[in-house]
Design a protein around this ligand. Structure first.
Ligand code: SF4
Length: 321
């Protein structure tokens, strides 16, 4: 995950919840990829640095567990950079230029100069991040599938030149329910409409109570349509089925008001946010523990990746002793 900002509920239900579960079934490595953040945020290095700690705290509060998984900072594992460099020798530039997110992001982030090698090489660095652990599975959203496909092509090309070193990883598509922000658009830091994991429960309550609803439901006596209401999209994620039925029926028949509906949503949402927030506060008071976890995770990652790099160097005849 790139440390470009504080995490919000969308990250929790789109990624973190899945990762927490995968810790019990897989040998997992979770990386805060600060070099990746620099590919687009190279003019704001303070922000990237600050966000590394923020993200680590969010992860630990959400349930990532250093006794089950490796939790590391990419730049503390220089083997990633070495493998990226070696991959850059063998991967044709058009492979990178045709990755769909490359052109899309260039368009979307017009205010930034992204005509850099680092930005073009982003998916290649990502391939190094994955292949260096000989990963078999990568949990990703739909938009990242093309990156995993490139990663598989890189593995094939390397293996065909130098012998079998890398397995081809599979993308594991993660459940990512539609999660609107408080203004009804997709929850996103760039829209400023997010509910952050670091927010205290009072602020979450306030945001939900002022959240946008079905715009056609102007008065309490007007029936509404939950299918176009962002509050109802959150019910689908945080409210149990009986509560969802209650909200949908009450909305359509004007049997409930939007205030009742939002209060019911908070009954499901706050029990998720409150323990997370408490754990976050504890971790914020203890920055050394967070640092130790990241350093120890990065040390273990260096051990694992160095073993792969020895095979890579051997395969590429980069050995002079
Ligand atoms: S009652 Fe609930 S679902 Fe219906 S418009 Fe109001 S907030 Fe949305």
């Amino acid at each position: 995950m790139r440390p470009t900002g504080r995490l919000h509920l969308g990250h929790l239900v789109g990624a973190l919840d899945n990762w927490v579960q995968m810790q019990d079934t897989h040998d997992c490595v979770f990386g805060i990829v600060d070099w990746h953040a620099l590919t687009s945020e190279y003019q704001d290095v303070d922000k990237v640095n600050r966000n590394v700690t923020e993200i680590a705290i969010d992860w630990l509060a959400a349930g990532l567990d250093p006794s089950k998984s490796i939790i590391m900072i990419q730049s503390l594992v220089p083997q990633h950079a070495e493998l990226h460099l070696l991959f850059s020798m063998i991967v044709p530039i058009p492979w990178l230029e045709r990755v769909p997110t490359y052109k899309e992001q260039m368009q979307q982030l017009k205010e930034k100069d992204l005509s850099t090698y680092g930005f073009l090489g982003y998916p290649l660095l990502q391939a190094a991040d994955i292949l260096i652990y000989k990963a078999d599975t990568v949990p990703v959203g739909e938009d990242q599938v093309s990156h995993i496909e490139l990663c598989r092509e890189v593995a094939r090309r390397f293996n065909s030149f130098y012998g079998e070193v890398f397995p081809e990883p599979q993308a594991k598509l993660t459940r990512s329910p539609k999660l609107p922000g408080v203004d009804g658009r997709k929850m996103s830091k760039s829209y400023g409409n997010e509910i952050q994991l670091s927010e205290d429960p009072n602020s979450v309550r306030q945001k939900v109570m002022t959240m946008m609803t079905d715009p056609a439901r102007k008065r309490r006596t007007d029936p509404g349509n939950p299918d176009v209401c962002p509050v109802f999209d959150l019910h689908k994620v945080f409210t149990e089925p009986a509560g969802q039925e209650w909200a949908a029926l009450g909305c359509r028949t004007a049997g409930i008001g939007c205030i009742d509906c939002k209060k019911r949503l908070l009954e499901g949402l706050l029990p998720v946010i409150e323990p997370l927030h408490q754990k976050r506060v504890q971790l914020e008071k203890d920055p050394n523990t967070v640092k130790d976890i990241l350093f120890e995770g990065s040390r273990r990652a260096r051990e694992r990746t160095e073993a792969t790099m020895q095979e890579v160097r051997q395969a590429m005849k980069i050995k002079y002793d």
